[in-house]
Design a protein around this ligand. Structure first.
Ligand code: F0G
Length: 425
């Protein structure tokens, strides 16, 4: 039998808690918690075969790209059932033009924007809302730059729970707010940053019945870690040399690293890719911490057009550091201009994503130019959100695309002239 429990990540503390504990931080030291397992011995070949076999199943939990790997997240005891919307099962697409643009690397995009609400948050939310429902929570809450809240709203609706979101006023993409409203979330707009919204939420949640579903909730990361399992399966269990992803609150890189460590411990894969976290230059406290060795210094007024990662106090940084240390990882920071160029490179391969996601590609190019990623390296980038999450960003640059647009009367001759003009440029 596999045993599952909560455990403080600080080795000097190591306090353990039962899975249904209402605490989402260590009671002893206030540190972050992991969902920890003592896995029963399993035959890796048999697990790989079982996961593949489920792809042909009609059961909803087998059709979920999270719960298909449920042996890796055995925290939900029957009769509790997963709250699922068929998340996961997202494409891994080679991006040859982008790879050349980044400096002659072999590049694949794992597109987590192809999830039910359009971001990787759905992988975490199915796990976290399932845990919330199993422990009898009635009201879930989060602070968000927009994607966590739209995902929470959808999964809370699915589970019949109320949802409250705290978001920075006028600072999240309109499409993300629209999604959450349609799913019935209550919206509290905070005059301030994401970090202010998170601070206020944590203060009001203490001692209340609010169940927080931010990435400090360790069940979130259990769902998110399956992205790395799925992408390795799509590569025939051959790890790439590098796995690059954008960093905001640093939950996702923590999830990837934990997933990799567990896959290695279970003998499913022989080694891990080096993890690469990319932050926006105007919101890069972890980049500075990692590359200077100095104590982490919050950014009071984080600035970047990539609003999803406009975060100055990344709550999961100790977990992120642990995972980067365990894979020989790197941290880069990129300007908004570099993000824009990376987004255009992906578009030339027919791949759209939201600005924050493109930061990963921009970071790969920068590390390639600095010689820290070699030419010919195999690189997988995690695209975290869908292109349609932030169309305002694209429309703000509409003059770039004006040469490709023309308005005509509904007239054959005008159509002919327009075609000639557009196709000759
Ligand atoms: N990419 C996108 C599209 C995001 O929405 C986020 C985080 C990240 C990257 C960074 O991931 O926080 O795990 O390092 N969005 C959160 C939200 C903060 O509220 O939607 P991280």
């Amino acid at each position: 039998m596999t045993r599952a429990y909560l455990c403080c990540i600080d080795p000097g503390c190591g306090k353990t808690l039962p899975l249904d504990s209402p605490q989402l931080a260590c009671e002893g030291c206030g540190g972050l918690l992991d969902v920890a397992y003592e896995f029963a011995p399993a035959d890796p070949a048999e697990l790989r075969r079982l996961w593949r076999e489920r792809l042909g199943s009609e059961q909803s939990c087998d059709q979920s790209g999270v719960w298909r790997f449920r042996e890796l997240l055995p925290f939900l005891a029957p009769p509790a059932a997963p709250v699922t919307l068929g998340e996961g099962g997202t494409p891994l697409v080679e991006a040859p033009r982008t790879g050349r643009w980044a400096g002659e690397v072999r590049l694949w995009a794992k597109h987590l924007g192809a999830n039910p609400t359009g971001s990787f948050k759905d992988l975490g939310m199915t796990a976290c809302i399932s845990a919330a429902a199993a422990t009898g929570a009635r009201v879930v809450a989060c602070a968000s730059t927009g994607n966590t809240s739209s995902s929470m709203a959808a999964y809370a609706a699915r589970a019949g729970l109320a949802a409250v979101m705290f978001v920075p006023f006028r600072a999240i993409a309109a499409a993300k707010l629209a999604q959450a409203i349609e799913f019935g979330a209550r919206v509290i707009e905070v005059r301030g940053s994401f970090d202010d919204a998170f601070r206020v939420l944590r203060a009001v949640a203490a001692g209340s019945a609010l169940y927080i579903v931010n990435s400090t909730n360790p069940f979130r990361l259990e769902g998110q870690k399956t992205a790395v399992v799925e992408l390795l399966e799509q590569r025939g269990w051959r790890p790439p040399d590098f796995l690059a992803l954008p960093g905001g609150n640093l939950g996702n890189v923590s999830a990837m690293g934990k997933g990799l460590r567990e896959l290695i411990a279970l003998g499913i894969v022989g080694g891990a890719p080096r993890l690469v976290v990319v932050q926006a230059a105007g919101a890069a406290p972890f980049y500075r911490h990692w590359n200077t060795g100095e104590a982490i210094e919050p950014v009071e007024h984080p600035e970047t057009e990539a609003s999803a990662i406009r975060i100055g106090r990344p709550a999961n940084w100790p977990k992120a550091r642990r995972e980067l240390e365990s894979t020989g990882g790197m941290v880069e920071a990129v300007s908004d201009r570099e993000i824009e160029e990376a987004k255009a490179a992906l578009a030339s391969d027919g791949i759209g994503c939201e600005p924050a996601s493109a930061a990963s590609v921009a970071g790969v190019r920068k590390l390639r130019r600095a010689g820290r990623i070699p030419a010919g390296a195999e690189v997988v980038v995690i695209l975290t959100g869908h292109q349609l999450k932030d169309t305002d960003y694209i429309l703000r640059r509409r003059e770039r695309f004006d040469a490709a647009r023309v308005v005509i009367d509904a007239d054959e001759e005008a159509a002919r002239r327009a075609l000639e003009a557009l196709l000759s440029t």
